[in-house]
Design a protein around this ligand. Structure first.
Ligand SMILES: *Cc1c(COP(=O)(O)O)cnc(C)c1O
Length: 472
């Protein structure tokens, strides 16, 4: 598979290089130049496959010829070995016509483990073959960071620096990052918002001398391999539902749009999609875009669902590329306008194309609390606030459409215990693997949201890196 940039001015790359480089040099995002498909028979035959087998089958066409299916299977088996549910991503009925896809059975209790456990091993595999080392730099609004750190900790070929907005992630999220004291793990608490963190990471990638000297790479949701690994659970959910000929909708609690975009890719590969419900919190830039065709940045609001407290959904650019019929110049000029003025508008045909597939829903914190409480009253179960937003969006949608909706449970309730307890009166317990989280020592460096300060810290932390990689 060859990959092209959404902005059309970066070299085509193969899978290995796309995995290692993350963002394209022209500021765009890499996408496959053609869509591989699974025939209905191939999809049906996946119904009996183990989750790692299914994941290897889904990843294979994206990784060919760089990484073969046998290697992908070994990577997937290892990646999902420690998940705490035998189905890895269990699908179960929730209430009338609504199904829940549980994606919190990995080491950090959020769906990002499903892709990152694979990505960490893919990096290792590719780097070992090339005898190289890399520096992973990422921004997190909470969950990506811990999932990335868990995926990369103690891997010889990787140094990892994760920027999180100081004081704006939950204590559990922070501790899941800062209590990993492996020598190759570096946590930075940035005095700013998640968007500041994301801008700093983008600026480091834009600094070519720095990027090349430290072989910067990304594991945030712009990395293609993450998207590809996420496609697997959509395929898994679709075949598990066992209604091959019939279309299904997904309700996705959305921040950076990576998860919704992976659902779109699953559709391109052959999953029979009806609608994708883009569920947002008060940070409703996507809801407003779908209502008006105008993408307009606003202030970031802190909510009960902090992993969705995002205004600029970076993966949306990949979807926009499809909205405009893969016209890279149109993407580049829209993104430039967005960067300069804080807004851009889709053309009427592009918006019509998107609305044929996407529905936007938005929940306030009050509505999220009400949902958590009523779900607890109805089912006796606790959900996390992000998941509750997806379920509420699925319910609104079901009131107009009787096809099945699969809502994504993107985190375990114990990851957001304060919000869950405030809404339901019940404090969710951490699962056994994290029971002693509050007793573990933390390690973290606080820095202002200034590019030069962050870069100086990275240089100082890996002073010997350039010499070493020069030898290999
Ligand atoms: C990251 C995250 C989201 C948002 O996913 P995107 O792919 O960024 O849209 C939703 N819920 C939880 C729990 C998350 O960690």
């Amino acid at each position: 598979m060859q990959y092209i940039s959404t902005r059309g001015k970066a070299p085509r790359l193969d899978f290995d290089d796309v995995v290692l480089s993350g963002l394209a040099r022209d500021g765009g995002l890499y996408v496959p130049d053609t869509w591989p498909t699974l025939t209905p028979d191939a999809l049906a035959s996946l119904a009996g496959a183990s989750y790692p087998q299914l994941a290897a089958t889904v990843l294979a066409p994206f990784a060919a010829p760089s990484v073969d299916e046998e290697t992908l299977l070994a990577i997937a088996e290892d990646a999902y070995r420690d998940f705490d549910h035998p189905d890895i991503a269990p699908l179960r009925p929730l209430s009338d016509g609504i199904w829940l896809l549980e994606l919190f059975h990995g080491p950090t209790l959020a769906f990002k483990d499903y892709a990152l456990q694979v990505l960490g091993r893919l990096f290792d595999h590719i780097l070992k073959r090339r005898n190289q080392r890399i520096t992973i730099v990422g921004a997190t609004s909470g969950d990506t960071g811990s999932a990335a750190i868990e995926a990369c900790r103690d891997r010889d070929a990787i140094e990892i620096f994760i920027l999180h907005p100081k004081g704006r992630v939950s204590e559990v999220q922070r501790r899941q990052m800062t209590t990993v004291t492996s020598a190759n793990v570096h946590n930075i608490a940035v005095e700013g918002t998640f968007d500041d963190c994301q801008d700093l990471v983008k600026a480091m990638f834009a600094d070519e001398a720095f990027r090349d000297a430290y072989r910067l790479s990304a594991v945030n949701s712009i990395n293609w391999a993450r998207i590809a690994a996420q496609v697997a659970y959509y395929v898994h959910a679709f075949v598990s539902l066992g209604r091959m000929g019939r279309a299904v909708s997904f309700a996705v609690p959305t921040g950076n749009f990576g998860n919704v975009y992976a659902a779109y890719v699953a559709g391109r590969m052959g999953v029979n999609l009806h609608r994708l419900i883009v569920a947002s919190n008060r940070n409703d830039i996507l809801t407003r875009f779908l209502a008006t065709g105008r993408m307009e940045i606003g202030p970031v609001h802190a909510t009960l669902s902090p992993s969705m407290d995002i205004q600029v959904s970076s993966n949306f650019e990949r979807y926009y590329f499809e909205m405009v019929g893969r016209d890279a110049d149109a993407v580049a000029s829209a993104m430039q306008r967005f960067r300069q003025t804080g807004s851009f508008s889709a053309t009427a045909p592009a918006l019509t194309w998107a609305l044929a597939q996407l529905s936007g829903e938005r929940l306030t914190d009050d509505e999220t609390r009400d949902t958590l409480r009523s779900l607890y009253d109805e089912t006796g179960e606790l959900f996390d606030p992000h998941t509750a937003i997806g379920i509420a969006a699925a319910r609104r949608h079901r009131s107009e459409d009787d096809r099945p909706v699969i809502a994504l449970a993107t985190a375990h309730p114990a990851k957001f215990p304060d919000a869950v307890e405030a809404a339901t009166g019940v404090r969710p317990e951490l699962p056994p693997r994290l029971a002693d989280l509050f007793d573990r020592p933390e390690r973290c460096t606080a820095l202002p949201a200034q590019l030069d300060r962050i870069q100086a810290h990275i240089r100082a932390s890996i002073a010997s890196f350039e010499d070493e990689s020069a030898i290999t």
